[in-house]
Design a protein around this ligand. Structure first.
Ligand SMILES: Cc1cc2nc3c(=O)[nH]c(=O)nc-3n(C[C@H](O)[C@H](O)[C@H](O)COP(=O)(O)OP(=O)(O)OC[C@H]3O[C@@H](n4cnc5c(N)ncnc54)[C@H](O)[C@@H]3O)c2cc1C
Length: 391
């Protein structure tokens, strides 16, 4: 039986990116995925931060964002963006998977159920052999449980929503915070080419998540649920699609979880399997795409544990910082103060640059420097000129 250099388990953004990188580096590669092509439950917003890490040409894009908005009660901070992209997970994932195949990776249409290591060679499903394993089969998939512990529920977001068959008239990507007071998470409204993708993302087990989303649905598109995944619009009586989706996302509530190595002598995990998702907002596509490539680079050097050094130098700072600030950011008091200050002429520009991933200065130092003026402006309810026409 042929022994390939690397078996990549899971063909999502992390696995396909890893397989392509490994093949381009001259390794023989097999991707295992029983479900391709498939539409993974997802908002499909490519994070603006790290957009250059993701291979997403215009042909694979469903819509371009015109702005990103943060809404809290009656306050809205709307930030024009140029780089944001929205994808459909079946199309984009299939594009990435085909790029891996074009680079030379083979595909085994099987769910991986067993791994055995004998004399430094892995046997997969009793039938295939490989020197290295790249585990990219998602949150709490087979490889996460095989090589590490599963991610505990208290370190997961629950995320679910609807594909709502109403055509958007504007490409504003909206995050709504404070819908469930004091709870950590948000609702989202993502406009796609021919529908809205709306959903919730809260710490797993948060009460009232579905109700908060359904309230938003009723408020924005008045109507009621009809049978077979349809929504009946009150004004026209039209039945539009309202299909449910949902899953969980890693969201480490304790930065120490990032200390734990996600690689060993002949294996490495990446993407959701490694827990590499921003704990504040649950965006993981950027880290899946880059993490997959870095995992393959480590394997190509004959030492998967090099991945620890690679991912830490590229994106660990954001992960650690997000994990330790998550609990502060979602507090009601922080929201109130944050939105009052964020809309002032003194701070809105900085917030906009941070959202666009363009901020190059020392954000914390500059924030403290601008804070006194921002407080003064907030007391006089002054708003940045870009926000004056918004309610
Ligand atoms: C509802 C929701 C909304 C989200 N919205 C966003 C968003 O807007 N922006 C963003 O950046 N992130 C978002 N995320 C997070 C994002 O979806 C993940 O971070 C990303 O999909 C991780 O990619 P991955 O390749 O690691 O895993 P996955 O995309 O989960 O891919 C894993 C692959 O492994 C395969 N697999 C599973 N088990 C096995 C097995 N035993 N053998 C072989 N194959 C297997 C699966 O079929 C799948 O193809 C969202 C997540 C959810 C749940």
């Amino acid at each position: 039986m042929e022994v390939v250099d690397v078996a990549v388990i899971g063909g999502g953004p992390a696995g396909s990116s890893a397989a392509r990188e490994a093949a381009e580096r001259g390794l023989s590669v097999l991707i295992f995925d029983h479900a391709h092509p498939r539409r993974k439950a997802c908002g499909g917003g490519l994070p603006v931060k790290g957009i250059e890490w993701m291979d997403a040409p215009d042909s694979s894009i469903e819509a371009h964002m015109s702005s990103i908005s943060f809404t809290y009660k009656n306050k809205k901070l709307k930030i024009p963006v140029k780089k944001g992209k929205l994808i459909r997970r079946d199309d984009w994932d299939f594009y990435l998977y085909n790029r891996a195949k074009e680079a030379g990776a083979g595909h085994v249409i099987e769910r991986v159920k067993s791994l055995d290591l004998v004399s430094d060679v892995w046997t997969i499903n009793d039938n295939y052999k490989a020197k290295y394993i790249i585990g990219a089969d998602g949150v709490n998939g087979f490889t996460r449980k095989f090589f590490m512990e599963r991610i505990p529920r208290e370190h997961l977001f629950a995320a679910a929503g609807y594909y709502l068959g109403v055509k958007p008239d504007e490409y504003d990507v909206e995050f709504i915070v404070g819908a469930i007071p004091g709870e950590e998470g948000y609702l989202w409204v993502f406009p796609k080419s021919d529908h809205y993708n709306i959903g919730y993302c809260y710490n797993s087990g948060t009460p009232g998540m579905k109700e908060a989303l359904d309230d938003l649905l009723k408020e924005r598109w008045p109507g009621e649920f009809a049978r077979n995944g349809k929504w009946k619009l009150e004004e026209t009586g039209e039945l539009v699609d309202c299909k449910k989706f949902g899953s969980v996302i890693p969201s480490y509530n304790d930065p120490k979880l990032f200390d734990e190595p996600v690689s060993g002598e002949n294996w490495v995990l990446c993407g959701d399997a490694a827990g590499h998702v921003n704990p504040i907002h649950g965006e993981g596509l950027n880290h899946a795409a880059l993490g997959g490539r870095l995992a393959a680079k480590a394997v190509s050097k004959g030492d998967p544990t090099l991945f620890e050094k690679y991912w830490r130098s590229h994106y660990s700072r954001d992960m650690y910082r997000a994990s330790s600030t998550k609990h502060k950011i979602y507090r009601s008091i922080f929201m109130r103060i944050g939105f009052a200050l964020g809309q002032t002429p003194a701070l809105f520009g900085m917030l906009a640059q941070l959202t666009r991933g363009e901020y190059e200065g020392k954000a914390t130092r500059n924030f403290w420097f601008k804070l006194p003026l921002a407080i003064l402006q907030a007391m006089f309810m002054m708003k940045h000129k870009e926000l004056k026409n918004l309610t």
